[in-house]
Ligand binder design. Structure first.
Ligand SMILES: Nc1nc2c(ncn2[C@@H]2O[C@H](COP(=O)(O)OP(=O)(O)OP(=O)(O)O)[C@@H](O)[C@H]2O)c(=O)[nH]1
Ligand SMILES: [Mg+2]
Length: 487
């Protein structure tokens, strides 16, 4: 397909922005770190733990620049974009450390700048600026829409909604859909009702029992400041993927609004944030998919593939930096690894490697550096060996958040428990072949995995300032993401 006028204008805008960024980072070395992940993947917790670790000096033996004492100071600095809210670091940290609660789901974009003063290995003093953006994970699902027409998106969404377990959740919306004539006259009321029922269906799919990932458009679930605007009032119709809408029809109205959504919401987000990244960590909550079942795992895989296709990845050159930056390092991270005993971490990494194998192969072919890690930005559990009859099981202990339940018991947020969440198989393929049961099709007792959510840890204060947050391999992530820029 030849590029449209919109595409050409958009490319020109992206290049202009890249030129501006390049000029700035020439005098002021900067890493724009993309913390990417679907909703509830752990972005806000990761960013908070990363800033805390860098500014107060965390226990990071694998992060060479810090471990060898070459980082003199890291501090927060005024952020570059005046129109973007500041990442509420202090509040998120207080929630984690003092209230021992996890931060709320993110509802809008925010940004933070960190300046690291360090000594190069040759002794020269330098600074590195780190820009980080946080956003609601739902919005990430919009990136693949940039390359899809209304008709393509509508027919794909409809096809997906006919699979299990989605079909059951889509029943009400499907019923309405069967009464709508796409070729009929445009109709505001029918459009609003469809958008509502379609949104209800997306919301039901996101429920932790089903844990579906592929749920665009993202603003339907997390509207930000655009709720009820026409750009958010449309839904798929049963139309052919290569069809053309007759003028004045319901179909044309939906298609127009879909394009407006892309113009008003998706393109600016891509231009102002995602197109400018130079490093990326992709956070993936595989455990939520294990809890739910094989459908959720496949859905996660498909959502990640669609999203990763949208990034421009490859070795960075002066030319690419000038006209369009490239992501030259990507770390795929399975988050919340503290829910598993460390004996299973290699297996979790293997599952992740399998889930993103297509993206990894593509990125490696372009010369970008790739790694895969199982980590916990904030470690909420400890490990123990529990004896069950003659067996000794590697278990984890922690305090489940209030309202979590297991084995018929509801937890109050103060009781510590030891759990055995389930064994990951040695061969990840067995999971992708669907050989496990989760909450989408079985009761909690009959499920193969059961990962409880735990409260953030109680920190031991010994009077020497603020204590470090415990973590698993956050230092390895930092070393991979910015270690080379601090040499
Ligand atoms: N045990 C443990 N739980 C974590 C960790 N990181 C995140 N979580 C859990 O995952 C949930 C989501 O984490 P967030 O950081 O809010 O996720 P997010 O990606 O910012 O989510 P959205 O803002 O909704 O897009 C938290 O409420 C915790 O329950 C971790 O390192 N360890
Ligand atoms: Mg968040």
């Amino acid at each position: 397909m030849p590029p449209s006028f919109t595409d050409i204008v958009e490319e020109a805008r992206l290049s202009a922005r890249a030129l501006l960024d390049y000029g700035e980072s020439f005098f002021n070395p900067t890493v724009r770190l993309g913390v990417t992940g679907l909703s509830r993947a752990g972005k806000t917790v990761f960013i908070t733990a990363l800033i805390h670790g860098l500014t107060r000096g965390g226990r990071f033996p694998v992060f060479e620049a810090m471990n060898s004492g070459r980082i003199a100071r890291a501090g927060l600095a005024p952020q570059p974009d005046d129109a973007v809210p500041r990442f509420d670091y202090e509040n998120h940290l207080r929630t984690l450390v003092e209230e021992r609660r996890w931060p709320n789901s993110t509802v809008d974009i925010s940004e933070l700048r960190l300046v690291v003063e360090y000594q190069r290995q040759n002794g020269a003093d330098r600074t590195l600026t780190l820009d980080i953006v946080d956003y609601p994970g739902e919005w990430l699902l919009d990136l693949p829409l940039l390359n899809k027409s209304y008709e393509q998106w509508a027919s794909e969404s409809l096809m997906l909604s006919r699979d299990t377990p989605r079909a059951h959740l889509a029943a009400e919306w499907h019923m309405l859909l069967s009464t709508l004539d796409p070729q009929g006259r445009e109709d505001e009321q029918a459009t609003r009702v469809s958008a509502k029922l379609f949104t209800d269906y997306l919301r039901a799919c996101r429920d932790e029992r089903f844990a579906m990932s592929l749920l665009p458009p993202g603003r339907f679930l997390m509207p930000g400041n655009l709720a009820t605007s026409p750009a958010l009032t449309f839904a798929p119709l049963d139309v052919p993927a290569d069809g053309v809408a007759p003028e004045g029809s319901l179909w044309a109205m939906m298609a127009r609004r879909y394009e407006a959504y892309k113009d008003v919401v998706v393109r600016p987000l891509f231009r102002d944030h995602f197109s400018r990244l130079d490093r990326q960590i992709v956070l993936i909550d595989a455990l939520a998919a294990f809890n739910s079942g094989p459908e959720a795992l496949h859905d996660l895989e498909a959502a990640l593939a669609g999203i990763l296709d949208c990034f421009r990845i490859g070795r960075s050159t002066i030319l690419s930096n000038l006209f369009r930056p490239r992501i030259d390092r990507i770390l795929f991270a399975a988050t919340k690894a503290d829910h598993l005993h460390h004996l299973s971490h290699d297996r979790l990494e293997a599952v992740l490697r399998r889930a993103v194998s297509r993206a990894v192969a593509r990125a490696e072919a372009t010369g970008a550096a790739i790694d895969v890690v199982a980590l916990a930005a904030v470690r909420a559990t400890k490990e123990a060996i529990v004896t069950s009859g003659r067996d000794k099981l590697p278990a984890i202990t922690g305090i489940p958040i209030p309202g979590e339940s297991a084995g018929g018991e509801m937890f109050d947020g103060n009781t510590e428990v030891a759990t055995f969440p389930g064994d990951l198989p040695a061969d990840p393929e067995t999971l992708f072949n669907g050989a496990f049961r989760g909450l989408s099709s079985a009761s909690a007792e009959a499920s193969d995995f059961r990962f409880l959510r735990f409260r953030p840890p109680l920190l031991e204060r010994n009077g020497e300032g603020e204590p470090a947050l415990p973590h698993i391999r956050l230092d390895r992530a930092l070393q991979f993401l910015i270690g080379d820029r601090l040499q």
